[in-house]
Design a protein around this ligand. Structure first.
Ligand SMILES: Nc1nc2c(ncn2[C@@H]2O[C@H](COP(=O)(O)OP(=O)(O)OP(=O)(O)O)[C@@H](O)[C@H]2O)c(=O)[nH]1
Ligand SMILES: [Mg+2]
Length: 400
């Protein structure tokens, strides 16, 4: 009894002291500060390399640079990829990312790089060791292909990408591996200022020789202008989610499919590797809603192909590689005649102008638990359209 009352007394005094401290703190005008995220500025502590959270065909290491790159890389993280980190010249650009903080690296730079690619370039040149450490600690030695994500129109991402490509290649070579490095970049909307267009134009000029010499592959272009034309009324927040979700979603689906067997046609790892090494890729996804008649699927394919590729102006008749992968629910697989699918592949070849030009066309057919019939298309070995480059140059004031 005695013991109880002294514990009670102690608690009472303790609570009073705490309330007094609280009261006097608020009396002095000191407010609760928001919880600040700690973001590593240097070599990150050794941590265990985490495997991806699902079975995929290729173990990608993903680096996002700049704000857009960070958001795209974060979308991969949200899809279960774990060999992912982001770099930038400031912490604000990391806002909203789901990646844990020690997967974010700030490269010191004088006041960010404010759409100035040479600042982005300087920043990475001064942070090479830190970036290499991040690769070691995030990718480890179990990585097959490194994918760099960036926008072309900003400063940090576009300016740091060329050096990042070199660092990523050197990292893979240091492990006795093929220097497989790819690039996923975004192009600006028309409404963005001249500087975004100028940076994008110079960015393309820099990377084009590397693409044609097959020094980087795959190269995936997300054209924000095309996406904007398709979804003009989407809110600002949803716009980037949609843009990033679409491209990362298809990329991820293909990486999953290529790791799986199919009792019909398998789009296997070798096919996937061949596509990944074919340079510039366009991805498309179509929900085939009509499949009652033989011509329905090919009609839908023809109509939707251009729309679903999310990048305009590419001459798909120049493609060197392509894949058409059907994913269908059980009921559809049971009833759909094979000839309908064959007809669709023939149509794909025709749309790509593939007759007698040695196009590598891969096919796949998989079962899914989601009700419906879906067609994924990948078209590889393309060139950046001259018309789009001219548009960038004109908006940049580089062409009169
Ligand atoms: N696809 C896509 N594009 C984006 C996204 N966020 C921004 N952009 C594009 O990125 C460009 C701006 O580049 P940022 O990535 O913000 O620039 P940065 O690399 O951080 O460089 P700084 O100029 O130093 O801030 C614009 O052209 C936007 O259209 C995104 O989440 N997805
Ligand atoms: Mg930025």
């Amino acid at each position: 009894m005695k013991l109880h009352s002294s514990v009670y007394l102690f608690l009472l005094v303790f609570i009073n002291v705490i309330s007094f401290m609280k009261a006097s703190l608020s009396d002095t005008g000191i407010v609760d500060l928001p919880k600040l995220d700690y973001v590593s500025r240097g070599a990150n502590q050794l941590r265990t390399v985490k495997p991806d959270e699902k079975q995929v065909a290729v173990k990608f290491g993903i680096i996002g640079t700049g704000q857009a790159g960070g958001q795209i890389a974060d979308t991969f993280y949200q899809k279960g990829y774990r060999r992912v980190f982001v770099i930038n010249t400031n912490t604000q650009d990391f806002l909203g990312l789901k990646l844990p903080n020690d997967y974010k690296l700030v490269m010191p730079s004088e006041g960010g790089s404010g759409k100035n690619p040479s600042m982005g370039n300087d920043a990475i040149k001064n942070s090479k060791e830190e970036v290499i450490n991040y690769m070691k600690n995030t990718f480890g030695d179990d990585v097959e292909h490194i994918l760099i994500c960036t926008s072309a129109g900003g400063g940090t991402g576009s300016g740091s990408t060329p050096e990042l490509i070199t660092l990523a290649k050197d990292y893979l070579k240091s492990q006795g591996k093929e220097p497989n490095v790819g690039l996923l970049f975004s192009l600006p909307k028309f409404s963005e200022g001249g500087l975004a267009h100028k940076n994008s134009y110079h960015f393309i000029e820099k990377i084009e020789p590397m693409i044609s010499e097959k020094l980087i592959s795959p190269v995936i272009v997300t054209d924000n202008q095309t996406i904007y034309q398709m979804f003009p009324n989407v809110s600002a927040r949803m716009f980037w989610r949609k843009a990033n979700g679409h491209v990362v979603g298809i990329f991820d689906t293909l990486n999953i499919l290529a790791s799986q067997e199919s009792e019909f046609f398998t789009f296997d790892r070798a096919d996937y590797h061949s596509i990944l090494n074919s340079g510039i890729l366009l991805f498309g996804a179509t929900n085939v809603k009509k499949y009652e008649r033989e011509s329905d699927i090919s009609d839908s394919l023809r109509k939707n192909l251009a729309n679903s590729l999310f990048a305009e102006g590419f001459n798909i008749k120049e493609s060197t590689h392509a894949a058409g992968i059907f994913v269908a629910s059980e009921g559809i697989l049971d009833s759909l005649p094979q000839s309908y699918l064959d007809q669709a592949f023939v149509t794909l070849e025709r749309v790509l102008g593939a007759q007698n030009r040695g196009l590598n066309l891969f096919q796949g057919l998989y079962e899914t638990s989601t009700e419906g019939l879906f067609l994924y298309t990948i078209i590889g070995g393309l060139k950046i359209p001259e018309a789009r480059k001219n548009e960038l140059a004109t908006k940049a004031g580089l062409m009169q």
